[in-house]
Design a protein around this ligand. Structure first.
Ligand code: HEC
Ligand code: HEC
Ligand code: HEC
Length: 128
């Protein structure tokens, strides 16, 4: 006769080992989805809160462009009172110079391709 207790515990051990990658991913927070844009600046805050930036940065860029081009209004003041030049290349790209690991990573993931860089200076050589 086989020892059914040993067979069952053997099966349980096998199942735990076979599914270990799933447990591991779940336990470590499961960060295997999404475009994962890289933040390389040592600054802690963007020009607006992260949630707004994540979803609505194009609105802000449009506002900046209109204010600069139509009103020659070039100074942006954040909620905390910090001042920035309203500039795509000089401001956004000074904190996010890694365009390909930041902007492009999300845009490629979402299938959007902003046409800005035919006129605006794109940071070169840019990862770090
Ligand atoms: C002073 C430095 C600084 C400037 C200037 C700046 N950012 Fe940021 N940005 C950050 C930091 C730091 C974070 C991450 C904030 C966090 O993790 O809460 C961030 C986050 C973001 C995010 C969200 C990323 C994510 O993980 O979802 C987007 C999008 C973004 N920035 C776009 C821009 C754009 C567009 C501009 C120009 C209008 C800009 N940033 C200007 C520092 C900056
Ligand atoms: C967290 C992901 C993410 C990051 C990081 C990000 N974007 Fe975007 N961006 C998007 C998404 C998603 C859209 C499209 C939104 C839509 O179509 O409604 C978009 C759209 C845009 C648009 C409008 C494009 C169009 O054709 O309408 C501009 C301009 C833009 N992003 C600039 C930037 C710049 C510059 C950076 C880097 C400083 C950046 N984005 C970083 C997600 C991101
Ligand atoms: C056909 C050329 C062209 C294209 C394409 C273009 N821009 Fe511009 N943009 C300009 C010019 C010219 C100015 C005025 C520059 C100045 O007065 O400093 C400007 C100004 C701006 C400004 C304010 C000043 C600055 O230094 O950034 C922002 C922000 C801006 N554009 C965002 C965008 C974004 C975002 C896109 C892509 C969705 C875009 N532009 C595409 C030509 C262009």
């Amino acid at each position: 006769m086989y020892d059914s207790g040993k067979i069952i515990s053997g099966l349980i051990i096998f199942l735990i080992i076979a599914t270990a990658p799933i447990w591991y991913t779940a336990a470590s927070g499961g960060t295997t989805k999404g475009p994962e844009p890289e933040i390389i600046t040592t600054e802690k805050q963007c020009v607006r809160d992260t949630d707004y930036m994540r979803h609505d940065h194009m609105e802000l860029l449009n506002e900046w462009r209109d204010q600069v081009v139509r009103g020659d209004d070039r100074v942006y003041t954040t909620a905390s009172g910090r001042k920035f030049e309203k500039s795509l290349s000089n401001t956004c790209m000074s904190c996010h110079p890694n365009k390909s690991e930041f902007c492009d990573r999300c845009h490629n993931y979402m299938g959007v391709d902003p046409y800005c860089w035919s006129c605006h200076i794109e940071p070169k050589g840019g990862s770090r």
